[in-house]
Design a protein. Structure first.
Length: 148
């Protein structure tokens, strides 16, 4: 089964000094060992690149463009990448209207729109509360991956 990794999972998996680094790595490995495929959308990679190249002083990882490119290349090797389909915008618009999504949460709705289009029913995230408004998907916290 395909499981989308939220950007916060990828950021913590890459950031070795993050408090939740080991939890993120363990969750991804556990799911892969159970036969699941970790997936990312283009949006996850855009968001990751933004965080990765921001200075540490503003909650970024402080990586250079070259370092970030190496990480993205590795993610492309180990994860299934879903590019933006033509109908993503229409599904995203439907979700933000249906679920009255506003502010920064519109980014989460875009991930859910991609999930719906690609038939992905689960998302792995530290921010489970960001996705509870979407009953069409299952939200998985990394701490619970041993039970999946």
């Amino acid at each position: 089964m395909n499981i989308l990794a939220d950007t916060n999972i990828i950021v913590r998996a890459v950031h070795r000094k993050a408090a939740q680094h080991r939890v993120a790595i363990r969750a991804m490995r556990s799911l892969q060992n159970e036969g699941h495929r970790i997936c990312l959308t283009a949006q996850n990679l855009y968001e990751f690149c933004s965080v990765a190249t921001c200075p540490v002083q503003v909650n970024g990882l402080g990586l250079t463009s070259a370092q970030t490119n190496r990480v993205v290349t590795r993610l492309e090797e180990i994860c299934l990448i879903f590019r933006d389909p033509a109908d993503l915008y229409d599904e995203w618009r439907r979700l933000i209207v249906t679920h009255e999504v506003s502010g920064k949460k519109v980014h989460d709705a875009r991930l859910v729109a991609a999930m719906k289009i690609y038939g992905i029913h689960r998302i792995l995230t530290f921010n489970t509360g960001d996705f509870v408004r979407f009953p069409e998907i299952e939200v998985i916290h990394p701490d619970s991956t041993a039970k999946i």
